[in-house]
Every structure is written in structure tokens, then in C-alpha cells.
Ligand binder design. Structure first.
Ligand SMILES: O=C[C@H](O)COP(=O)(O)O
Length: 261
């Protein structure tokens, strides 16, 4: 089954709402509409920027979509600082990042919590981008496949098969995030293939063939072509390079198969 390439720009804790508008305008201006036939492009700004990005994308009828970087596992109530799936859905979010390694590391998010967040997103019609991936010591011990597929299985635990069809998985080796050390296409393909095989064993051919598996970790315009050329890599979750309009536009165009706009 053909899977459309997805490029997701995770801005992390960068850019205020005015800077967000400027960046989205830059991407919209620089990336002609025809590229969207080959690549889905989404941006994942901080919560405080989402309303501004929504106003711009709705007003200009942009093909670019947007989402959030986290979602509460709860529906509503006394959860100071949390933002619910219903709130994100009301803002028109298409995607939400769940289980990013930075949240697992700095906010002690467990697989169990990540699983609840995946469910919260799906309940409100938002596609979770479920992040999985190993730290350097796990890779050096040769346990990266086992580690990553366990995170995958736990993150999807209890979901119905048809719900899994609405999930995006992002393989992000922690040692490649923000370090400039991109995984080789062979490294990325090895783990993305194992992710797809795990999906096949648990949910069957149709689901495994349709779920998009992204690579994340120092993805840039100069390496994205080789990454998406891998059979089981369907796009990228991009951090640093998504903050630079020119670089991100190039990256999206090359992920679409080029040429540069
Ligand atoms: O969510 C994005 C990833 O953590 C990758 O970040 P990076 O492209 O800055 O390495």
C-alpha cells in the first residue's frame, strides 16, 4: 500500500505566537501547492501559538496542517497546566506528539501514561504521533530493536485494530536528537522495518501496510531524501530544521521528491 510521506515540524519550546505566524507565512509562500500532492506537511508549535497558526491556515486556506506537542490523558478538571484532547480538537489540531523522549526524560512519562495520551488523542479524532526510540547505551548493548518495539507495543496497548490505523509512529533514536548525529538510512530502515513487522504481527497486513512510520533525529534537507527513500521510512519528525523556514521548505520539497522550489 502506498503511504504518503509526512513531514512534521516539532518546534519544541521555541517561537512565540508572532514568530509562529511569520514562520508559517514563510513556509506557505515558499512551498508551492503542487508539493502537497506528494507530501503532507504539519507544524507542531507550542500550545500558546496554536490559535494564531489556526487563524492563518484557515484564513489563507493553507494545505499545511498543525498540531500540538502533548495532550493530557484526562478529559477535563483539576489538572493544572494540562491541555485536553477536546481543547486541541476545538483548535483544529490534526496531530499531537505523544511520548517524545524529552517528555519521557524530563517529565518521567512512562509507557502507561503514553498509552493513555494516545487514547486521549484518538478519542478526539487527533492523530497521535507516537514516539519511540532508544538511548545510546541501549543501542550499544544491541537492544535497540527490542527496546523500541516494546515501547511501541506498550504505547498501543488495548487499542482496537481500526484505531491503530489512525496512529503515526516516529522512530527517534535519542542519541540522534539535536546532536547532528543523524542515523544512517540503514539504521533508520532497520528499526522502522522492525516497527512495521511488529505492527503486522499484532494487527495484520492492512494496518501494517498503512501506518506511517517516521524517522526523527537531526533530519535536514541534505539527508531527508536518503531517509525517505528507505522502504519503511515514510517521512520525518523534524526538530531544529523546522525552525528555519528556508531549510524546512527545502526539506519538504526534497521529501516530496523535488525539485527545489
Ligand atoms: O521531534 C523532533 C526530534 O526530537 C528531532 O529533533 P532534531 O531534528 O532537532 O534532532
Amino acid at each position: 500500500m502506498a503511504r504518503k510521506v509526512l513531514i512534521a515540524g516539532n518546534w519544541k519550546m521555541n517561537l512565540n505566537h508572532l514568530e509562529a505566524i511569520a514562520l508559517v507565512q514563510k513556509i506557505a509562500f515558499a512551498l508551492p501547492e503542487k508539493y502537497y500532492a506528494k507530501v503532507d506537511v504539519t507544524v507542531l508549535p507550542p500550545f500558546t501559538d496554536i490559535r494564531s497558526v489556526q487563524t492563518l491556515t484557515d484564513g489563507e486556506k493553507l494545505s499545511l496542517t498543525y498540531g500540538a506537542q502533548d495532550v493530557s490523558p484526562h478529559e477535563s478538571g483539576a489538572y493544572t497546566g494540562d491541555v485536553s484532547g477536546a481543547m486541541l480538537a476545538k483548535l483544529g489540531c490534526s496531530y499531537v506528539v505523544v511520548g517524545h523522549s524529552e517528555r519521557r526524560e524530563y517529565h518521567a512519562e512512562t509507557d502507561e501514561l503514553v498509552n493513555k495520551k494516545v487514547r486521549a488523542a484518538l478519542k478526539h479524532g487527533i492523530t497521535p504521533i507516537l514516539c519511540v526510540g532508544e538511548k545510546l547505551e541501549v543501542r550499544e548493548a544491541g537492544e535497540h530493536i527490542q527496546h523500541t518495539t516494546t515501547q511501541l507495543i506498550e504505547g498501543l496497548k488495548g487499542l482496537k485494530t481500526e484505531q491503530v490505523a489512525n496512529v503515526v509512529v516516529a522512530y527517534e533514536p535519542v542519541w540522534a536528537i539535536g546532536t547532528g548525529k543523524v542515523a544512517t538510512p540503514a539504521d533508520a530502515e532497520e528499526v522502522c522495518k522492525a516497527i512495521r513487522e511488529t505492527l503486522r504481527e499484532k494487527y495484520g497486513d492492512e494496518i501494517a501496510g498503512g501506518v506511517r512510520v517516521l524517522y526523527g533525529g537531526s533530519a535536514k534537507a541534505n539527508n531527508v531524501g536518503d531517509l525517505v527513500a528507505c522502504e519503511n521510512v515514510d517521512g520525518a519528525l523534524v526538530g531544529g530544521a523546522s525552525l528555519d523556514g528556508e531549510e524546512f521548505t527545502k526539506l519538504c520539497a526534497l521529501a516530496a521528491g523535488g525539485p527545489l522550489p
